[in-house]
Design a protein. Structure first.
Length: 259
């Protein structure tokens, strides 16, 4: 995948999810979930459609607020966390080049109006090389395939040099070669001691590459080693719970505190 980018090493604290409920119009998308993402862990978040996977990731990054419970990240700041949303949430109509998009990974260090140093520009090139995008510097992002654009977003993540990396469906609708290359990069991050959490759908992919799993169906079904979580029993329970949920379910009331 080209040149290797040297990135920061350093163990992040555990991220603890405690009795977390996140609701839309008081209907829970994540319901009383408790789990932990240990420092340096590589974790898949899986479950049926509508299980609350993306909601959990957005709450970890601070985009959504809990209706109840909390997320504790041991002093991590926003600069310590890199977040990759689903491609469907990104507007590619803005006229910006590949190189300039990758360079946005530096924005926490230089600001919106800051100027990149020569070293930073070299790092942009190294990040592009690391994801196989040599020669794409001046291409408009709107001209790229889904797989090519995902490589751009991963190059931007490289420059963010974050201790915690949160990925929402990072391999959805991309070709097999790109998926393999990006999984290699995810495993490299894991080897460097970063905490990586990814929303995924491909259970075989999870079993091959992700040592830990959180299985959701709005409620927590299982969390821990992947082999222990992705049992036939747990997967059946998740599917049944998802099928039994309906839009007219009662609203989620906060737990009453005793005097």
């Amino acid at each position: 995948m080209g040149a290797r980018v040297t990135m920061h090493r350093g163990e992040a604290p555990a991220i603890a999810v405690e009795n977390l409920t996140v609701a839309y119009d008081r209907h829970p998308a994540v319901h009383h979930v408790s789990c932990r993402f240990e420092p340096g862990s590589l974790t898949a978040v899986v479950g049926p459609n509508g299980a609350g996977k993306s909601t959990l990731i957005k709450t970890l990054v601070g985009l959504l607020k809990p209706a109840e419970g909390r997320v504790s990240a041991g002093g991590l700041t926003r600069a310590d966390i890199a977040y990759l949303p689903q491609q469907a949430e990104i507007d590619r109509s803005f006229p910006i080049t590949v190189a300039d998009t990758v360079a946005l990974g530096h924005w926490r260090r230089v600001g919106i109006l800051g100027t990149l140093t020569g070293a930073m520009r070299r790092q942009v090139g190294e990040a592009m090389s690391a994801v196989g995008l040599e020669g794409f510097e001046d291409r408009a992002i709107g001209s790229l395939s889904v797989g090519q654009f995902q490589r751009v977003l991963f190059a931007r993540l490289l420059l963010q040099d974050a201790r915690v990396i949160l990925l929402d469906e990072p391999f959805n609708a991309i070709d097999a070669r790109t998926t393999a290359d990006l999984i290699d990069l995810v495993e490299r991050w894991h080897g460097e001691g970063r905490t990586v959490v990814a929303v995924l759908h491909d259970m075989d992919q999870v079993r091959r590459h992700f040592p830990a799993t959180v299985l959701l169906a709005r409620d927590l079904i299982a969390a821990g080693p992947t082999a222990d979580c992705l049992t036939a029993e747990h997967l059946l329970r998740a599917r049944q719970m998802s099928e039994n949920w309906h839009e007219d379910a009662a609203v989620c009331e906060p737990a009453r505190r005793s005097a």
